[in-house]
Ligand binder design. Structure first.
Ligand code: NAP
Length: 253
């Protein structure tokens, strides 16, 4: 199947490592141009170098903290300039609040929610010009179940899903799709689950056992789901929430 991504222009909020990086790499391999941001300049530079080497098209990066609305606007303007427009916007990074204190709630609100709102507003005129416009939010199965600690992480991801649904209805009229994808536990080298695997091997093994497929997901597996839903091949998917968790959360959406 051809995903129809050749020549498409993709902006990824949080793309120098992890799921965002795997998604950017796959998009480049499928012929898309990619602009990414992350806080760390070194990670941005390395990802741009890696993505540039993949083939024709543009790879652009800029350091930006998504907790800073003005920085998000600046990154989106630079990305639109570098790519000459935008077909696909992917909001990937999270504030990862695991404390549940006031600071954590504020960070979740700024990164998981407001960065998306600000980026959608900044990129929307370009998306309206596209014949394959899609916005994809990377949520978490923590928006569906209590994972054992007080935190704003799950509630922020749930708000993101509600926002995706609102956009699917309002921007759908302008040919712009919006969806949310919720990963379960995902392992990749250097990621949070890789750290847990090394530091808490028993806990990691129990999580593996709890997943019907008997292991954690991988960055590549998440990237394939994100690329399909965001691509022209997924054109009839709008306002959807897709769990990509190997059946980890035993529930019907
Ligand atoms: N991994 C999992 O098991 C899992 C499970 C469920 C849901 N998810 C969701 O999937 C998404 C990606 O997770 P991940 O595990 O791939 O994360 P990750 O490995 O920590 O990578 C996050 C990426 O985003 C960038 N980033 C983080 N905070 C940022 C900020 N404030 N501003 C700009 N860029 C930022 C990071 O670079 P810098 O640090 O340099 O900024 C990095 O490039 C998140 O929304 C997460 O909630 C992941």
């Amino acid at each position: 199947m051809d995903l129809g991504l050749t020549g498409k222009r993709v902006i990824i909020l949080g793309g120098s490592r992890g799921i965002g990086w795997y998604t950017g790499k796959l998009m480049r391999e499928e012929g898309a141009s990619v602009a990414l941001c992350a806080r760390g300049q070194d990670g941005v530079d390395t990802a741009v170098e890696e993505f540039s080497a993949i083939g024709p098209g543009t790879a652009f990066g800029q350091a930006c903290d998504m907790a800073d609305g003005e920085a998000v606007k600046g990154f989106c303007a630079a990305a639109l300039d570098a790519l000459g427009g935008c077909d696909i916007l992917i909001h990937n990074a999270s504030g990862f609040d695991m404390a549940g204190d006031e600071e954590g709630w504020a960070r979740s609100f700024r990164v998981d929610m407001m960065a998306g709102v600000i980026a959608v507003d900044a990129v929307r005129p370009a998306l309206e010009e596209s014949d394959a416009a899609a916005i994809t939010f990377i949520g978490s199965m923590a928006s569906k179940f209590y994972f054992g600690r007080r935190s704003s992480y799950g509630p922020a991801k749930a708000a993101m899903r509600a926002y995706a649904n609102e956009l699917a209805q309002s921007l759908g009229r302008k040919g712009i799709r919006a969806n949310a994808i919720s990963p379960g536990a995902v392992w990749f080298p250097g990621g949070s689950w890789d750290k847990r695997k090394q530091e808490q091997p028993d806990f990691y093994a129990n999580v593996e056992k709890s997943i019907p497929l008997g292991r954690l997901g991988t960055g590549e597996e998440l990237a394939r789901a994100i690329a399909f839903v965001s691509s022209p091949a997924g054109i009839w998917i709008n306002g959807a929430h897709l769990a990509v968790d190997g059946g980890q959360v035993a529930s019907v959406d």
